[in-house]
Design a protein. Structure first.
Length: 309
């Protein structure tokens, strides 16, 4: 059987056209550097769950058995690029041990809530990057369906769009290491004494820009209010979004009310507001609590005392 190329050449010869030379293979370009192959995770000596399933015990018993399977996680990875070179244990190292242990004892670890805050910053070389800090709430389910709820914090610095995922990976590793009471072998925090220096205070203008940024979250607005109070720049005057001089602290309160307070329900006899009008907000709304505080609500909770200017 002739090939398609041979039949096409024969047809061209019948029509009086000279045969075209066969296409040659494209010239090979410069060799492409092979992508680094991820290092294989070590084998773990944890058996698979039995065919009849795990023993039906309460979640706290099942989790303690998981802890019994994982007695230590070594720092088997190293950072070899950049000015700092060090050994570390990655989230995969933790999952490589806790995954089989959880399957063996019928335990699930599921994230149910993520609270993240973001801040634009720069690296030591001046490259723009973004900091993500957050708290992730997890539910640890046992084989009978009962669960316990725990939280873990994470932090990351990323110049792309992976900051939130990195923060959650750090939070998961922290949960497994701390919740599993896994010894780390790291130097004890009390073995070193670091004298704290004075941190550079941000300017009121930089706070103004962050307050007005549409991506600033409610949690970050609350934190900004605390920082303005701590740095004693609550009443520093800045130009607001309309170019009018306004104290940066009250501006943070105003922006918080406009963005995050629920609009007040208009009385039945009140005509609807005109299109484009700023909705009215309930009197007594506290942006730090995120709710309307009744006049007879009494004293603010202790954890918020001192955070107000």
């Amino acid at each position: 059987m002739t090939t398609l190329a041979a039949r096409a050449a024969a047809l061209a010869n019948q029509n009086g056209s000279p045969a075209q030379p066969a296409a040659t293979a494209p010239q090979a370009g410069p060799p492409v550097a092979a992508r680094p192959v991820p290092e294989a995770l070590p084998e773990v000596d944890i058996p698979e769950p039995p065919a009849e399933g795990p023993e039906q015990v309460p979640v706290h018993v099942a989790w303690s058995r998981v802890m019994g399977e994982v007695r230590g996680i070594g720092k088997n990875r190293r950072v070899t690029e950049g000015p700092a070179k060090f050994a570390y244990r990655g989230v995969d190292d933790a999952l490589n041990l806790f995954g089989p242990a959880c399957r063996l004892h019928g335990v699930l670890v599921l994230p149910v809530k993520v609270q993240a805050s973001y801040r634009d910053t720069k690296t030591s070389t001046g490259k723009a990057t973004r900091e993500c800090t957050g708290v992730v709430t997890y539910r640890i389910y046992g084989p009978t369906g009962d669960h316990i709820e725990v939280e873990a914090a994470g932090e990351s610095l990323d110049s792309g769009d992976k900051g939130t995922a990195k923060m959650q990976a750090v939070a998961l590793r922290t949960l497994l290491m701390h919740g599993g009471l896994v010894p780390t072998g790291d130097p004890d925090p009390d073995s070193r004494n670091v004298e704290r220096g004075e941190a550079a205070v941000r300017s009121p203008l930089s706070y103004r820009d962050e307050i007005l940024h549409p991506g600033t979250t409610r949690q970050r607005i609350v934190q900004i209010r605390r920082e303005l109070h701590e740095h004693r720049i609550w009443n520093a005057m800045v130009a607001n979004e309309s170019g009018v001089e306004e104290a940066v602290g009250p501006m943070a309160d105003r922006i918080g009310r406009q963005r995050f307070a629920p609009p007040a329900e208009a009385p039945a006899e009140q005509a609807p507001s005109a299109a484009g009008a700023v909705p009215a907000y309930p009197e007594g709304y506290d942006p730090e609590l995120g709710v309307v505080v009744p006049p007879d609500a009494g004293v603010m909770p202790d954890e918020l005392q001192g955070s107000r200017p």
